[in-house]
Structures are given as C-alpha cells and as structure tokens.
Design a protein around this ligand. Structure first.
Ligand SMILES: Nc1nc2c(ncn2[C@@H]2O[C@H](COP(=O)(O)OP(=O)(O)OP(=O)(O)O)[C@@H](O)[C@H]2O)c(=O)[nH]1
Ligand SMILES: [Zn+2]
Length: 208
C-alpha cells in the first residue's frame, strides 16, 4: 500500500485518558470564569469530550484506505469526474474554532475510478482534524494523486474561518479560497477551465 508524507495518520501521540481530558475542560471552564461544579456545567466535560471525538474523528481514519477500492470496468471512461459542494467542517489549528465551507474535488481517471462517496469521505478524513486550509487542500489532492495515479487532480476549498468572525479581526462574509491542481489540471489550461466552469467561479459565489 502507498504511504507518502501526510497520507496516513500522524505519528501516534501519547493520548491522555478520558478523565484527564475531562479535567482539562473543567480547567478551561474555571479559566472562563465559571464554576464547573454548578448544576448546568457538571455534565459539560463529558459532552465536550464526546464532541471532540466527533470533531477530530479524522485522526482515526486512514485516508489511503478510503481510496483503496477502485473499479476498472468503466468502458474506457476518461472524462473528468467532479464532486462539487462537499460540505467541509474543519477546525483551525491556531484557535481550535470551526472552519466551515465547501470542497470541490475532480480527477481525470486513468483506467480506474473510485466510488464517488470516497471522495467525500476523504474530505471528511482531513477535515476532521486541526488544520490550516492550505494544508487540507493539498492533502486531499496529494492523496488522490498518489493512490489513484490519475491523469490529473483538482481540489478547490472555499471556507469561512470562525477565528476571523467570532474573535480577532471580526470580519464576517469573508471566504478563503484555496486550490491545488495537479497533472492535466495544472498543465492544460482548457482542462483547468472546464473544471472551474463546472464548479462555478468560487470567487463570485456566496457561501450558502
Ligand atoms: N493561512 C492560513 N491562516 C489561517 C488559517 N486559519 C487561521 N489562520 C490565521 O492564522 C493566523 C494566526 O496568527 P497569530 O498572529 O499567530 O494569531 P492571533 O494573534 O490570534 O491573530 P489574529 O487572528 O489576527 O487575532 C491568523 O492570521 C489567522 O487568521 C488558515 O487556514 N490558513
Ligand atoms: Zn484560527
């Protein structure tokens, strides 16, 4: 199985126990200025830890494994495959607040295709981690490129960063757009144009 940098799980880090994680939440509640022992907050550390299991589920998913089942019986299909408007829920690694947006993923198959849900699962595997958008965009594209070895891969992510809306600079309605084009999407302007037309022009669209 292919293993490139950033393709599989990060090196195992010593994971604290669940009790330690809950205690850390109590510390943050005290830091916020409240009493973790009061009725409304007693169950909160447990809920936060369970929420973290969802928010960061990507660390338990092997992105390479997701793409490992492919289909070769395509009757020679060699046109672009595009999955657009895949919802992205990620978490900014600087402030640990949500990054919410959409990903558009395309590839030009070389002999084999992958089940289309797997592209959305791949976005999920990298999204549900602490991220910066550039890295997440590159990881999605690089994994498809290395595992499927297609003629080309294109990934565009459009997202809003809550670290810019609910704190800090407090700018709402700002969308960050990142892209990574590989193979034909990078070298052939008409392939790139076809992809950008299929997803619409990201810079002119609102984030529904
Ligand atoms: N390039 C990039 N920057 C990000 C992303 N998510 C958050 N940031 C930025 O990361 C930067 C961290 O900057 P710092 O100066 O270290 O942190 P800070 O003092 O909290 O910065 P402010 O957000 O400006 O208040 C900020 O400019 C964030 O807007 C991302 O996905 N990509
Ligand atoms: Zn941030």
């Amino acid at each position: 199985m292919l293993r490139g940098p950033g393709l599989s799980r990060p090196d195992a880090v010593a994971r604290p126990s669940r009790t330690e994680a809950e205690e850390a939440v109590r510390t943050l509640i005290r830091w916020a200025g409240d009493d973790p022992a009061r009725e409304g907050l007693v169950g909160t550390p447990d809920r936060v830890v369970r929420s973290y299991e969802e928010f960061f589920a990507g660390y338990g998913i092997d992105p390479v494994e997701i793409l490992s089942r492919t289909f070769e019986e395509t009757d020679g299909y060699d046109e672009m495959v595009v999955l657009r408007d895949i919802r992205v829920e990620s978490y900014c690694e600087h402030h640990m607040v949500p990054i919410i947006g959409k990903a558009h993923v395309a590839y030009l198959p070389r002999r084999r295709v992958v089940g289309i849900s797997k592209l959305a699962r791949l976005v999920e595997a990298y999204g549900k981690r602490l991220q910066i958008q550039e890295k997440m965009t590159a990881q999605i594209a690089n994994t498809i490129d290395e595992v499927l070895q297609p003629e080309g891969v294109a990934v565009v992510v459009e997202a809003q960063h809550q670290c810019m809306t609910t704190r800090g600079v407090h700018k709402t309605g700002v969308t960050m757009v990142t892209s990574r084009m590989l193979g034909a999407f990078r070298t052939d302007p008409s392939t790139r144009r076809e992809f950008l037309t299929m997803i619409g022009n990201p810079s002119s669209r609102g984030m529904e």
